[in-house]
Design a protein around this ligand. Structure first.
Ligand code: HEM
Length: 199
């Protein structure tokens, strides 16, 4: 790999293909809205749970050799936030779960989904600050998920990009990866919309 292009085409393809979907979703998420209060934040995290719970389960059923997947499980932290926000075990178990999810039937698809879930930890850094300022929440009071990797956020992202950069995929597989990433954004937005937490 040349120093000028540390991450070759797969990451570029993912960025190009998902940029618009990211902007669209970011605009509709209510984190920076004046409407953001504790109740809306709780409903938002409940909706996140409904998506991450089934998706992460499917994602981790398919091993990506060489990636530190067990360290990237985010669901227990999200669950702990819901508990801190006042939901008990029974309430969490009864939450609605999304059933229209990206299909993860190959490692390529798993990579695409992982790109979206890993990348979301970057924006989480901004959202964490906003939620602290607006609602006074921190990692112990319901906002741990937004900072799920803590000070390792940058390191984990860099490792993930290196992992992507080391895959030698052909055009067909690259297409599978970007398709899965796009589908993840689309399914997430639809699900959040159906849960009435978007602007
Ligand atoms: C209001 C909500 C959001 C904001 C303000 C936001 C903001 C950002 C920012 C600033 C970055 C770039 C960070 C950096 O380069 O260090 C980023 C990257 C990213 N975000 Fe978000 N984000 C939001 C929500 C989301 C959500 C919900 C997802 C997916 C579920 C997501 C997926 C990604 C991905 C995949 C990247 C990596 C892009 C790349 O560099 O390849 N973001 N976000």
């Amino acid at each position: 790999m040349s120093p000028a292009a540390p991450y070759p085409t797969l990451i570029q393809a993912l960025r190009t293909e998902t940029a618009e979907l990211h902007v669209a979703l970011e605009k509709r998420l209510p984190f920076f809205s004046q409407q953001l209060d504790l109740d809306l934040y709780r409903r938002l995290m409940v909706a996140y749970y409904g998506f991450y719970q089934p998706l992460e389960q499917r994602l981790h059923a398919l091993a990506l050799a060489g990636l530190d997947q067990p360290l990237r499980v985010k669901l227990p932290v999200l669950r702990a936030d819901l508990t801190a926000l006042g939901l008990d075990e029974a309430a969490i178990e009864a939450l609605p779960l999304c059933s229209e999810l990206p299909v993860i039937d190959s490692r390529a698809a798993a990579l695409g989904v992982s790109y979206v879930l890993e990348g979301a930890t970057l924006g989480g850094q901004i959202l964490r600050r906003r939620v602290a300022e607006q609602l006074g929440l921190d990692a112990s009071s319901g906002a741990a998920f937004l900072n799920v990797y803590g000070e390792l956020t940058g390191r984990r992202w860099k490792d993930f990009l290196e992992y992507l950069g080391d895959r030698n995929l052909g055009d067909g597989q690259t297409l599978e990866v970007t398709h899965a990433a796009k589908t993840t954004f689309i399914c997430f937005e639809r699900w959040l919309d159906s849960q009435e937490v978007l602007l």
